[in-house]
Design a protein around this ligand. Structure first.
Ligand SMILES: [Zn+2]
Length: 440
């Protein structure tokens, strides 16, 4: 039987579709490749797909595609032609980029279906069998595949109902519960933090009207406000990145948030550092300071010819903060060894980078990135209330917000630690204890 390019696409064993010819139909008297044990003639033959065999005896399943899919394929084929100047042929795959990005496909697909309202038990069955069975495509799979799919649906139902029998939750239940809880928590927490930080900036600001896009840092106080404004901006990015499934980028923003937290921590506890490193930069704009020739970070005060080095690295800040809060330095080590693996792929981290995480037995790393973002965005609340100019009412409002978030984060940490070991969870707890001690 001859298969036309337009009508049939075959899924090759190594992933990625390509066009294929010269395969023959299985005979009615051969054992059905679906594994039912029956002869093909009385098994899959009546279904809406075909089993084919090539010269080497490799078995292929041939499914006719819908018009919609065919149109999509035509577009991809055109793209190939435009890029390489020829039609795809032979072993060429049409979905090269999909094949390369495969390690993200499973989770992305599940996330998109979840958003579209596909029931969780079906997603679980998809995860187990690779099939998403609907009324429309039911005829395109073998009875055996259908049985496996149904079994997976039942398995999910059993897994999620088990707890009611012996009162203990299993790992699938725990992860689903935590993820659902985290999703709701993050949405609320981002909103509330944005409100809280904005209130602080506006309530504590000097008489001048706040032009958020042209923030003028002219003193210690406005520097803190500028930092808080950056937190709000970064939180927006994190929430966007998380909802689009960009875990690596979200984690990179988490590092910025930690950086900002350290800035606030250090400048509140050590004004001298601000005076030495930040004020000269402001002097550049005011014209009282100039950049020393050939150096990006050396600045000279015109009046006194005094030269200062203005660069403050995160590690310096972490060391400085660590003098009062030892967790700050440990957190730095943990974040910058763990998280940098996602951004700058190092050999040591490559395993983790390329491994597909398991959506039913592992915590969703995007949600964890969100939790970390909330964590580093809210810790500064405990710092800013130490400022002299904060009114009692503002202090009360900010503390209320901070304490409630602490309570909620603590609850998540207890559950998370029960599911997964992760040094960052312990450090988060340590950090909370530090603030509990210093606040009382
Ligand atoms: Zn069969």
């Amino acid at each position: 039987m001859l298969i036309s390019d337009e009508e049939y696409m075959l899924l090759s064993a190594n992933g990625g579709f390509h066009l294929e010819r010269n395969k023959t139909l299985i005979s009615d008297y051969e054992k059905c490749p679906c594994g039912s044990g029956k002869l093909y003639g009385i098994c899959c033959e009546i279904k809406d797909f075909e089993w084919l065999k090539d010269d080497k005896g490799t078995i292929y399943k041939n499914v006719k595609l819908s018009d919609e899919t065919m149109n999509g394929l035509k577009v991809v084929k055109e793209q190939f032609k435009e890029t390489f100047g020829r039609d795809p042929k032979g072993e060429d795959k049409l979905f090269y980029s999909v094949a390369i990005k495969q390690f993200n496909f499973l989770n992305d697909f599940i996330r998109i279906c979840r958003e579209a309202g596909v029931e969780e038990r079906y997603l679980y069955a998809y995860y187990c069998t690779g099939l998403l069975v609907t009324e429309e495509n039911k005829e395109r799979i073998s009875d055996r595949e259908y049985d496996e799919w149904e079994e997976a649906v039942f398995e999910f139902e059993n897994l999620t109902n088990e707890g009611s029998i012996d009162n203990r939750i299993n790992i699938v239940q725990a992860i689903l519960l935590v993820e659902e809880g985290l999703t709701i928590f993050l949405e609320k927490a981002f909103e509330q933090l944005e409100l809280g930080l904005s209130k602080f900036i506006l309530d504590s600001k000097n008489a001048q009207v706040l032009e958020v896009d042209s923030f003028q840092v002219c003193d210690h106080k406005s520097f803190i406000e500028y930092c808080l404004y950056k937190i709000i901006k970064n939180m927006d990015s994190v929430s966007l990145l998380i909802s689009n499934g960009h875990k690596e980028n979200a984690l990179a923003v988490v590092r910025f948030l930690y950086d900002i937290y350290l800035n606030i921590f250090v400048y509140i506890s050590d004004y001298k550092l601000f005076e030495e490193k930040i004020l000269p930069l402001i002097g550049l704009e005011l014209g009282t300071h100039v950049r020393v020739n050939g150096s990006k970070h050396k600045i000279e005060e015109l009046a006194t010819e005094k030269k200062t080095y203005t660069k403050v690295s995160i590690i310096e800040l972490a060391k400085q903060a660590g003098k009062q809060n030892p967790t700050a330095m440990k957190m730095y080590d943990s974040l910058f060894s763990e998280l940098s693996g996602y951004v700058h792929v190092s050999v040591l981290m490559s395993d983790k980078y390329f491994s597909e995480n398991d959506p039913y037995y592992e915590l969703n790393e995007e949600l964890l990135a969100g939790l970390l973002a909330v964590f580093f965005a809210y810790l500064p609340l405990y710092e800013i209330i130490k400022l002299d100019h904060v009114t009692l009412e503002l202090k009360r409002d900010i503390l209320f917000l901070a304490n409630r978030l602490t309570e909620q984060i603590r609850r998540f940490l207890v559950t998370l630690k029960g599911i997964e070991e992760n040094p960052v969870f312990d450090l988060m707890e340590e950090m909370l204890n530090y603030y509990e001690k210093t606040a009382s």
